[in-house]
Design a protein around this ligand. Structure first.
Ligand code: SF4
Length: 329
């Protein structure tokens, strides 16, 4: 039920107990001897039109999570429902339809754009694959429309990716994603490689596009400051697990998990008179092949207790919509 007593609408995307392990191969025969536990039983949902920020240090499993949703990597276990469809069961044309409804924007727009294709061919490729245009004229008109939607011009169509700046290349990546009119876009660190001033422009563009087309975003970032203004809710990941998930305003104003507190303490505050105590976690992120038992953070957590090394803290709802996985709660 929602606040008005009506049944809450089903989320556009619902992920339950998602697991992704990658084999570690060694020796002459390249036998799988161990596994990297990249994503370790995570669950979350994203409502239509909202932005879920997914934040954590590199190697925490956030990009793998995004790729599992689109089946760019096959999940090991778990359930993914998108608009009521069982994503893991999709095959053939149903899987191709998923690629229309769910798109991805990558961190490095240069690496993800074919340097030998013109911008027009890159942006319009999916129009042909999915037979969304019937004539050359329609193709050209739609490509120009897409380029203008992201702040580029018709004259950019015949140029090549290397002729553009990082920010412009990311705009091309966004235009390419929009070509198939998706419902959800996985934004995989879309601004991490850009200068700070350009980052704001791309985030503003993504916000405008969300308003205009009713888009839903899973916005992946390694820095909490990047997702603060764009996110409706934020999920914080550490070593393959979601440790805290809350409405954005609540998470930034009153973080509960020691890991979120530490991440947030590293975010600069715009007000020079305000002070925030920096919380430093001891040591490095442990090896995900052999993550610490119990709470993965216990080897670095300033508030660790004996139980933390022995038992995995289950996620607990401490306030409506605010979930924390920590033995302190
Ligand atoms: Fe720290 Fe223990 Fe909470 Fe983990 S469960 S974050 S080690 S207090």
């Amino acid at each position: 039920m929602d606040a008005s007593g009506q049944p809450a609408p089903a989320p556009l995307l619902a992920v339950r107990d998602l697991v992704k392990n990658f084999p570690v191969k060694r020796g002459f025969l390249a036998r799988a001897v161990e596994e990297v536990h990249a994503v370790d039983h995570i669950s979350f949902a994203v409502g239509a039109g909202e932005t879920l920020g997914l934040v954590g240090e590199s190697g925490c499993g956030k990009s793998t999570t995004g790729r599992c949703l689109l089946r760019l990597v096959e999940p090991t276990a778990g359930d993914i429902r998108f608009a009521g469809r069982d994503v893991r069961a999709l095959r053939g044309s149903a899987l191709r339809m998923l690629a229309r409804d769910m798109q991805i924007i990558f961190q490095d727009p240069y690496a993800s754009l074919n340097p030998r294709m013109t911008v027009g061919a890159i942006v319009g490729e999916a129009l042909i694959i999915h037979r969304l245009v019937a004539t050359r004229r329609e193709f050209a008109d739609r490509v120009v429309e897409l380029l203008e939607t992201v702040g580029l011009g018709a004259d950019h169509m015949r140029r090549y990716p290397h002729e553009f700046s990082g920010g412009q290349r990311q705009r091309i990546g966004i235009a390419r994603a929009l070509a198939v009119s998706p419902k959800l876009i996985v934004c995989d660190e879309p601004v991490s490689a850009l200068d700070v001033s350009i980052q704001a422009q791309i985030i503003n563009l993504l916000e405008d596009l969300q308003q205009k087309f009713g888009l839903t975003y899973l916005f992946i970032a390694h820095d909490l400051s990047v997702v603060e203004h764009i996110s409706t809710r934020v999920a914080v990941m550490y070593l393959g697990r979601i440790v805290e998930l809350a409405p954005a305003a609540q998470l930034y104003a009153a973080p509960k998990h020691p890991y979120t507190e530490a991440l947030l303490s590293a975010v600069p505050i715009p007000d020079p008179t305000a002070k925030r105590r920096r919380i430093r976690l001891e040591g490095d992120v442990p090896n995900p092949i052999h993550p610490p038992a119990g709470c993965h953070l216990h080897t670095r957590c300033p508030r660790a207790m004996p139980i933390c090394a022995a038992e995995i803290p289950p996620p607990k709802e401490t306030a409506p919509g605010h979930t924390v996985a920590c033995h302190l709660y």
